[in-house]
Design a protein around this ligand. Structure first.
Ligand SMILES: C[S@@+](CC[C@H](N)C(=O)[O-])C[C@H]1O[C@@H](n2cnc3c(N)ncnc32)[C@H](O)[C@@H]1O
Length: 240
């Protein structure tokens, strides 16, 4: 049995004093066993990066159009959960400008290192804060996010319940969560890279909405401008 035990420290800053809150999460079965296994080896990560940053990605991903749809403003804090090697981070960094901030989070430390390398190379990412999360927590500061974006990563959440709770803590009360992920059907990209949609994706669009709503988030709207993916907007659970 795949039992996952994690002790997660979340930090919160209160009245100028740092306070450490410890949350223990014990979740049973992964809902998508093995989906992140390829990222554990260098070979697997190299193959993944070819998909994350491949030449054809912009054609189907339409990053500039996503940025337009996100309606970010200069000064916003954008939280990219499951940022991978930072393909979309560069677009977010530009959109929120020097007065804004992008938290680029991923549980795979080698991917976060790639983002750090990009920052050091001076790729216009001075407003990016790289964060190593875990599979059950983002490790972001509480209340940090005007917008949280999960691009092609929700289907990689093996323990979605604690992740949804963690993201709820991350949000400002008027913040928005945007999930962009693949429809559960074959497309030319999946055919080319050998992905079987039915095996790789456990949920389709409506099931993702239902799962997230079950955890207290409110579904607001959906936008259909991407060829293989849906774009969903949620508002966070309201505290009692
Ligand atoms: C298909 S990649 C997408 C990466 C990036 N968003 C992009 O579009 O290039 C999925 C990413 O989700 C990350 N991931 C897996 N489980 C996660 C979790 N619980 N929280 C955040 N990210 C997770 C993986 O490490 C991986 O970087």
């Amino acid at each position: 049995m795949n039992v996952f035990l994690s002790m997660v420290a979340r930090s919160a800053v209160s009245a100028g004093a740092a306070m450490l809150v410890c949350t223990c999460v014990i979740a049973a079965e992964s809902v998508a066993p093995g989906i992140n296994d390829r990222y554990a080896t260098e070979e697997g990560r190299e193959a993944a990066v070819e998909i994350f940053e491949g030449e054809d990605r912009n054609t189907y991903q339409r990053p500039e159009e996503i940025i337009r749809q996100l309606q970010l403003e200069h000064g916003d804090a954008a939280c990219e959960i499951g940022a991978g090697t930072g393909y979309f981070t560069t677009y977010l960094a530009r959109a929120v400008g020097p007065s804004g901030r992008v938290y680029a989070e991923d549980p795979q430390k080698e991917f976060v290192q790639s983002i750090e390398d990009k920052i050091e190379r001076g790729s216009g990412l001075d407003n990016v804060v790289p964060v190593v999360g875990s599979y059950v927590d983002t490790n972001l500061p509480d209340g940090a996010c005007d917008v949280a974006i999960v691009l092609d990563a929700y289907h990689h959440f093996e323990w979605p319940a604690p992740m949804l709770d963690a993201m709820a803590k991350d949000m400002k009360s008027d913040g928005r969560l945007v999930i962009i992920d693949f429809y559960r059907k074959q497309n030319p990209l999946f055919d080319r890279v050998g992905i079987d949609a039915k095996k790789h994706l456990r949920l389709d669009r409506d099931e993702v909405i239902a799962e997230i709503e079950k955890h207290g988030w409110q579904y607001v709207e959906s936008r259909a401008f991407l060829p293989y993916q849906y774009f969903l907007v949620f508002t966070p659970p309201q505290s009692p």
